[in-house]
Design a protein around this ligand. Structure first.
Ligand code: AMP
Length: 114
């Protein structure tokens, strides 16, 4: 179930996070409940509740977030590969109502994802 937007509190610096990247469009920080040795979340500053709420206006932002993911994967030495995940709404397993990209690495990932 989608709960409070705790990520807005991280953007507003009301709660701490281990931030690894910050710019005018997005923020990236370590996930508090890592599912892999490296687990970083990349979020836009703009409030977009879910992936399904993206519009044409967000094209550039999405491209930017992907390029930040590539940069972070290099910085965090995920040279053998990594997984990008965006959970969308209840059936997709989304719990925080603020679009976020999971960057996971440091172990093997399998398919189907479960
Ligand atoms: P999702 O299930 O796709 O909505 O992912 C939400 C993610 O946010 C989960 O992996 C949580 O562990 C993570 N999370 C929740 N609260 C925080 C927080 N305060 N700081 C960092 N990560 C968080």
């Amino acid at each position: 179930m989608l709960k409070d937007n705790i990520f807005q509190k991280i953007i507003d610096k009301q709660i701490p996070a281990k931030i690894v990247h910050e710019d005018t469009q997005c923020l990236a920080f370590h996930d508090v409940g890592p599912q892999a040795p490296t687990h970083v979340l990349i979020i836009p500053r703009k409030v977009i509740r879910t992936h399904a709420d993206l519009t044409d206006a967000d094209r550039e932002l999405l491209g930017h977030m992907h390029l930040i993911a590539v940069k972070l994967a290099k910085d965090l030495k995920l040279d053998d590969g990594y997984r990008i995940v965006i959970n969308c709404q209840d059936r997709g397993g989304q719990t925080v109502p603020h679009l976020h990209m999971h960057l996971l690495g440091g172990r093997d990932f399998h398919w189907p994802p479960g």
